[in-house]
Ligand binder design. Structure first.
Ligand code: NAD
Ligand code: UD1
Length: 342
């Protein structure tokens, strides 16, 4: 029996493939490579010494997805595939709704036809919108401030409806906080196309000289140093959270539950300047930055209450800030142009 990994060539998907293979799980990957490189999967094989089949297909192509379910012995799915850039989603809402929502509908429909009803879905802390307080618990009110966030919220609701209609489904919604870091080998990591939107890849590209300086968006927030505070989580911790979610689905106690939702975060917040300081310590270089106005849509502080995942999945993030920075930095240093270097 195999786990189908949609979007397995991507940043979080490739790290999750490694953790699953290392624990002896069989996997099959589908990815259209719209935001990734096949080299990530070659390196997953290199790191683990294990082989698996990869289908370069689009989830929107139902016939292709059907074919995978016909050929492979799939019993569960981890669904990473989706478009994820907030700014782009504001400019191209139809693309985001079509890809993320329709892709999920096609996937679930084919799963249902093949009686595969175990699903782990990549949601995001973005579904909490602008939370009134922190730490954020899973039962906080949900809202979205942009089309990307709305696709996550809608998919969560679609999956709830699916379970309500058919109690055989076992679904885990994982709400990630801010994934950073890379595998220790320095062989796989985050490889954003063009100028990064997210803080950590931006910082590492400043350090290697690909970008001149960091724009720090806002220094007048109500936070200890005025800059935005986030819950950065090591991508390998996140990947391990998926292993725990799959184990939960396979476990006996799941039947009573249906749709389970977990925050995957560390429970600790760091500011933009904390991150700059930590990176500069790791790289031994000063990192140039300039304060700029707040980025529209940003909130001051966001960090998780991860206690539900601890109690019910037996999962906690174990890698600290320095390890996150060290591993992000090693990946960037060894692969200054991401997978294009190979
Ligand atoms: P990523 O872009 O690196 O990976 C997503 C993968 O999905 C890519 O390899 C892409 O080629 C593939 N893909 C997209 N649409 C597809 C389609 N229609 N058919 C087949 N493949 C398709 O992103 P990531 O950072 O690894 O994120 C994985 C998931 O986690 C996404 O759903 C994302 O929204 C969610 N998430 C990410 C973050 C983050 O900060 N990285 C935070 C919260 C949630
Ligand atoms: C962003 C997305 C969020 C998504 C998450 C993970 C927005 C508004 N939100 O979260 O929906 O789930 O990524 O992909 O895009 N910062 C700078 N300079 C930069 C980049 C960022 O100062 O060049 C600051 C931001 O203002 C923020 C912090 O760094 O305070 C983290 O930003 P980022 O890495 O983009 O993540 P989020 O905004 O938390």
């Amino acid at each position: 029996m195999a786990i189908l990994i949609t979007g397995g060539a991507g940043y979080i998907g490739s790290h999750t493939c490694v953790e699953l293979l290392n624990r002896g799980y069989e996997i099959v990957v589908i990815d259209n490579l719209s935001n990734s490189s096949k080299k990530s999967l070659d390196r997953v094989k290199e790191i683990t010494g294990k082989d698996f089949r990869f289908y370069r297909d689009d989830l929107l192509n139902k016939a292709a997805v059907e074919e995978i379910f016909r050929r492979e012995n799939i019993d569960s799915v981890i669904h990473f595939a989706g478009l994820k850039a907030v700014g782009e989603s504001v400019e191209k809402p139809l693309e985001y709704y079509y890809n993320n929502i329709t892709g999920t509908l096609v996937l679930c429909d084919v799963m249902k036809k093949h009686h595969v009803k175990n699903l782990v879905f990549s949601s995001s802390a973005t579904v909490y919108g602008k939370p009134e307080t922190v730490p954020i618990r899973e039962d906080f009110p949900l809202s979205a401030t942009n089309p990307y966030g709305r696709t996550k919220l809608m998919i969560e609701e679609i999956l709830e409806d699916l379970y309500n209609a058919d109690h055989e489904w076992k679904i885990v919604l994982l709400r990630y906080f801010n994934p950073v870091g890379a595998h220790k080998s320095g062989r796989i990591g985050e490889d954003p196309r063009g100028i990064p939107n997210n803080l950590v890849p931006y910082i590492t590209q400043v350090v290697i000289g690909r970008l001149g300086y960091l724009n720090v968006y806002g220094n007048d927030y109500n936070t200890p140093d005025g800059t935005g505070v986030r819950d950065y989580i090591h991508v390998v911790d996140l990947a391990e959270g998926h292993v725990k979610a799959i184990e939960k689905i396979m476990g006996k106690d799941f039947a009573q539950n249906g749709v389970l939702t977990y925050n995957l975060g560390t429970g600790r917040g760091y500011s933009v300047l904390d991150m700059v300081k930590a990176f500069s310590q790791i790289c031994g270089k000063e990192i140039r930055y300039e304060f700029k106005p707040r980025r529209p849509g940003d909130i001051a502080t966001c960090y998780a209450d991860p206690s539900r995942a601890k109690e019910e999945l037996g999962w906690t993030a174990s890698r600290g800030l320095m390890e996150m920075c060290e591993d992000s930095w090693r990946w960037q240093l060894n692969n200054p142009n991401g997978y294009d270097d190979a």
